[in-house]
Ligand binder design. Structure first.
Ligand code: ADE
Length: 226
């Protein structure tokens, strides 16, 4: 899968993908990431990509031309399956959306800055608008890093233990059950005995009960999500 990102501050997106699972996904050729600085398509030699907003008001707006030229140029290599704009007024990102995006072949993510991007780019190009939560970040880069990480880990073959990503919280509309490692007793707290029985059926049953109890207590809203 190829994910391309257009943004104003590409430096913010360097480190998150150079380690751990995201690094491995790229090394294995399962994920190809291309990060583009919007300044490459700036309207003048000063690197201008934003301007005052019509109607007045505080905050600059990312202009049409640089974004349209960038998208048009990148689409010459083939159409994107999805053109995503990261924005706090988008649809809240969740595991269902993550799984569905991980099945696409080539997607483009546009990161906003300042007051946002000119509405005409949203009207003309954007196919999906995503928010990572009800708060405002300084720019879309960190939000893009969040969704790329979430998408990357569910691409088949990225995580060694195939079942691991499928047992994450939110898969099956359940939070994950508690997990334990050695030692069997720590500061007076013992690992639940069922996990030491070596009986996979009993362990699975216990995990399901724990996941259900935790979800009912903490996130009853996700239980009957489609
Ligand atoms: N850009 C700024 N804030 C954001 C958010 N909450 N989600 C996605 N993109 C954003």
């Amino acid at each position: 899968m190829t994910i391309e990102i257009i943004c104003a501050v590409p430096e913010l997106l360097q480190s998150p993908f150079e380690h751990s699972i995201m690094k491995r996904a790229q090394e294995r050729g399962l994920l190809s990431l291309k990060i583009h600085s919007l300044r490459k398509w700036a309207i003048n030699k000063h690197g201008q990509i934003d301007d005052y907003q019509y109607g007045g008001g505080a905050g600059m707006v990312m202009m049409c031309e640089p974004l349209a030229n960038a998208i048009d140029e990148l689409q010459q290599e083939g159409k994107f399956d999805e053109i995503i704009f990261m924005t706090p007024d988008g649809k809240t990102f969740d595991q269902k959306q993550t799984n569905s995006l991980s099945l696409k072949n080539r997607i483009l993510i546009i990161c906003g800055h300042y007051k946002g991007i000119d509405q005409r780019i949203r009207d003309l190009y954007v196919t999906l608008e995503i928010s990572i939560g009800d708060y405002v970040l300084s720019g879309g880069e960190l939000a893009a890093a969040v969704i790329v990480d979430a998408i990357g880990r569910v691409i088949p073959g990225v995580i060694n233990d195939e079942t691991s990503a499928l047992t994450d919280s939110f898969q099956d509309n359940l939070l994950a059950p508690p997990v334990y490692s050695r030692p069997a007793e720590f500061r007076g707290l013992e690992v639940p005995p069922v996990l030491l029985t070596g009986d996979p059926k009993k362990v699975e049953q216990w995990r399901l009960e724990q996941a259900l109890a935790r979800t009912k207590e903490r996130r009853p809203d996700i239980l009957d999500k489609e």
